[in-house]
Design a protein around this ligand. Structure first.
Ligand SMILES: Cc1ncc(COP(=O)(O)O)c(C=O)c1O
Length: 417
């Protein structure tokens, strides 16, 4: 169990890795400190050694991420750095739809897009904004109210001749539900429809292969499972897909400066403005940490944590005042575990009790996923309380959390009897 800064007293157990991961590997801080104190230069903006070295380190980061997700490491330029997942999703969504509109690829029909009820606001809101401005039509696939799983057959049925994009969240940040993206990717590829995956909760936590799953666009954070700092993220664009996208931001790239239009080549095409070099160089070490450990081993560890949570709670027997959501086992689930406890009808009060009595840090509410909460019937109840795991938690940490939750449930049960 890790203690955080000295002005926060008592035990602190960080279980909000779905928001951002904490702690980060030491090598991440060291690389950032090295950049801050020894390099300092803006990559691609100077013809001196420090700027070249910063550029080299950034490209190394692109290659490392390609390696992790099964993308071609000889084409690191397909890895576009972004501010976060949301930024990458917007570049992809607006890029694909804008291209379809600009080239009138859907004829007299508006471009049509498909997503699911388990998706995050970072997909729902851009789609809604484009639908409200009458630029697109959209279909949102309902998911199973017990598990949160989308049925690939429903996605197949929703495809129309004017469908230009299918966007699906890989792992839910509400229930941990892991969608069958390989099956959905197969359907999308058969119909030649670009497939965008939001890997905010899965990259760095579980194996993810863009080739096996037929993923055309993968948006993800650097600051969660990849163990980099806040302010980092990336969008992987399968080679060739960039030709079906327009840019939604343009500006200086440090390249072809004599030209007053955006360069067509990757990654500059989608990377206007100075980079968050310090963050990306830190991120690179987070990714290397995962490559060194092995993603299979990390995934096994995180599945062990989930197993411990479920088994630890089951030691408390039947707890009629507690509900936990999503797949009822470790299958089809990543390291997110959300509950509601009767007697703590506002989920934040449960988070408060977990923090004040046990030092356990969780996140309560709607988690930017209103339709996911509607799927589970918790939208109008204020949502759920979420525990989310990461590689630095131990099974003892999770046992401590399941005991804390178990004790709270038993006490409230006794009071309300
Ligand atoms: C599933 C999912 N998608 C997208 C996002 C947005 O991520 P970011 O904050 O990196 O933009 C999150 C953040 O929690 C998420 O959980």
């Amino acid at each position: 169990m890790s203690n955080t800064s000295s002005d926060i007293t008592g035990p602190r157990l960080y279980m909000d890795n779905a928001a951002t991961s904490f702690p980060k590997p030491k090598a991440v801080h060291e690389a950032m400190m090295h950049f801050a104190t020894k390099l300092g230069a803006s990559p691609g903006r100077g013809a001196y050694a420090e700027a070249r070295e910063a550029g080299r380190l950034m490209n190394q980061c692109r290659e490392r991420i390609c390696k992790l997700i099964g993308a071609d490491t000889s084409k690191p330029q397909q890895m576009v750095f972004t501010l976060n997942t949301t930024d990458g999703l917007n570049i992809a969504i607006r890029g694909i739809i804008g291209h379809a509109i600009a080239n009138n690829t859907t004829g007299s029909d508006k471009p049509h897009v498909i997503t699911t009820w388990m998706d995050h606001n970072s997909v729902l809101r851009p789609f809604n904004a484009l639908a409200n401005s009458k630029d697109i039509e959209q279909t949102r696939i309902k998911c199973d109210p017990q598990t949160g799983l989308a049925d690939p057959e429903d996605i197949k049925q929703a495809i129309r001749p004017n469908t230009v994009l299918i966007a699906v969240v890989h792992g839910s940040n509400v229930t941990g539900t892991v969608q069958p993206i390989a099956e959905i990717g197969k359907i999308a590829r058969e119909q030649d429809i670009p497939f965008l995956v939001d890997a905010a909760q899965t990259i760095g936590h579980m194996p993810l292969d863009v080739e096996q799953a037929n993923i055309d666009l993968l948006a993800f954070p650097g600051h969660k499972g990849l163990l980099g700092p806040l302010g980092t993220g990336a969008l992987y664009i399968r080679p060739g897909i960039e030709d079906r996208m327009i840019t939604s931001k343009e500006g200086g790239t440090g390249s072809v400066s004599e030209q007053d239009t955006q360069p067509a080549f990757m990654p500059d095409r989608f990377e206007p403005g100075s980079h968050n070099a310090i963050g990306i160089i830190g991120l690179s070490e987070g990714v290397q940490y995962i490559l060194d450990k092995g993603i299979e081993q990390i995934w096994e560890h995180e599945q062990g944590l989930m197993r411990m949570m479920i088994e630890g709670l089951s030691e408390y027997g039947e707890m009629p005042n507690m509900t936990w959501y999503g797949p009822q086992g470790i299958k089809n689930r990543c390291g997110v575990f959300s509950v509601r406890v009767g007697g703590y009808d506002q989920p934040q009060t449960l988070s408060d009790a977990l923090e004040s009595r046990y030092g356990i840090l969780t996140r309560s509410g709607i988690h930017c996923a209103p339709l996911a909460h509607q799927t589970f019937g918790t939208h109008d109840l204020g949502g759920m309380t979420r525990f989310s795991f990461g590689p630095f938690l131990s099974t003892q940490d999770v046992k401590y959390a399941s005991d804390a939750l178990g004790q709270i449930c038993l006490e409230t049960q006794a009071v309300t009897k």
